[in-house]
Every structure is written in structure tokens, then in C-alpha cells.
Design a protein around this ligand. Structure first.
Ligand SMILES: Cc1cc2nc3c(=O)[nH]c(=O)nc-3n(C[C@H](O)[C@H](O)[C@H](O)COP(=O)(O)O)c2cc1C
Length: 183
């Protein structure tokens, strides 16, 4: 079973830490912050072209390959202005080839993690919106969405100082690992 991890943040902090703690040594982690990804041109060349997923020659080509290899994809995104980051939305727009060829993502599962500075309860509806957004595109692209957890960034930033929280965090990571393995 191949699991791909994608960090939708513009930096390598909270989401990066969570994904690094979740992943096994051999699993691939893509940090979108390291990638150069252009906007979808809306040319719809991908509609008819089964082989080249997108005409734009940028780092998205590598991401397509990694996504197609993976059975499970774990995506972590910071909450930005009550939604996913623009960086991640840009990548989702580049999923356009998958909407024309819905067999490509069929049977895959996208696991979602959100991280915001507001607490889990305050961001509850935002997390639900993000989950529903992925579910809605999954409907026509053929992938299933499982929401893993809505973290509060403070939980993670204070890990090294607060032993109790560290214990909680470790337990959470362990549970999420099991969930990714099982479902
Ligand atoms: C432009 C911007 C918008 C943000 N909007 C929200 C928000 O709407 N709700 C929230 O809880 N946190 C918001 N945050 C805080 C981030 O979600 C938080 O810092 C998160 O930890 C970032 O993840 P990272 O550390 O992996 O980059 C925002 C941060 C930035 C820079």
C-alpha cells in the first residue's frame, strides 16, 4: 500500500510536523512550498489527451505521477481565511485531467487534516466545509474523502514545552496512523 503525503502550506511548520510524524520512512512527502506550480490555463487540452495529463511543464507533472502511484493520499492544509490555502487550491484546480478521466483516481482515498490557529470547536464548521468541498469534487473524480482531524496550531507549537499535550499529541498521531492503515 503506497501512501502519499501532501503539505498544502506555504511553509514547513505545523502541517509539515504532523505529516512527518504520521508518515513511515519510505512514504513520500510532497511539500508544496518547495514546488513551482502554475495556475490551470483552462485550456481543457486534458479533456481529450489521455497520456499527457496537463500541457503545463512544471512540478505538477511529478505530483500527477506520485498521485497515480498512491492508493492513499494524506493532505494537510492550514486554514487560510476559513478555507484551504491558495497553494493547495491551485493544485486542486490542476486536478482537471482527473475530472475528465475519472478512472484515474477511482478507488483512491484522500485523508484530510486541517490546522488553524483558532481552536477545534471554533473551526468546526470550517473543517466541515473543507471536508464537504473535497467530497463534492471526489464525487466526480471518483475518490473517497476521509476527514482525519482539525488541529489547533497552538497544540503543536507548544509540544516541546507541555508534556501533557505532547502525550495527547502522540496518542492522536498513533490513532490517525491506525486509521490511515485500516480504512
Ligand atoms: C493568510 C492567513 C490566513 C489565516 N486564516 C486563518 C483562519 O481563517 N482561521 C484559523 O484558524 N487560522 C488562520 N490562519 C492561521 C493558520 O491556519 C495557522 O497558522 C496554521 O498553523 C498554519 O499552518 P502551518 O504552520 O502548517 O503553515 C491564517 C494564517 C494566514 C497566514
Amino acid at each position: 500500500m503506497t501512501v502519499l503525503y501532501i503539505n498544502g502550506s506555504n511553509r514547513k511548520e505545523n502541517c509539515s510536523k504532523i505529516l512527518n510524524d504520521l508518515k513511515n520512512q519510505d512514504d513520500k512527502l510532497i511539500e508544496l512550498a518547495d514546488k513551482s506550480i502554475n495556475y490551470c490555463l483552462g485550456c481543457n487540452t486534458c479533456r481529450n489527451d489521455l497520456k499527457e495529463y496537463c500541457v503545463i511543464e512544471d512540478d505538477m507533472q511529478e505530483i500527477y505521477e506520485e498521485i497515480l502511484k498512491a492508493d492513499k493520499i494524506v493532505v494537510a492544509t492550514p486554514i487560510y481565511m476559513n478555507h484551504i490555502t491558495g497553494l493547495l487550491k491551485n493544485v486542486i484546480d490542476r486536478f482537471n485531467p482527473f475530472s475528465w478521466h475519472d478512472d484515474l483516481l477511482k478507488g483512491k482515498t484522500i485523508y484530510l487534516i486541517t490546522v488553524g490557529q483558532m481552536n477545534e470547536e471554533e473551526n468546526k464548521n470550517i473543517a466541515i466545509n473543507i471536508k464537504e468541498y473535497f467530497e463534492s469534487i471526489g464525487e466526480f473524480m471518483g475518490f473517497k474523502t476521509i476527514f482525519l482531524k482539525n488541529f489547533t496550531s497552538g497544540d503543536i507549537e507548544t509540544i516541546d514545552n507541555v508534556t501533557k499535550m505532547y502525550g495527547d499529541y502522540e496518542q492522536i498521531i498513533q490513532k490517525l496512523k491506525e486509521k490511515i492503515k485500516k480504512i
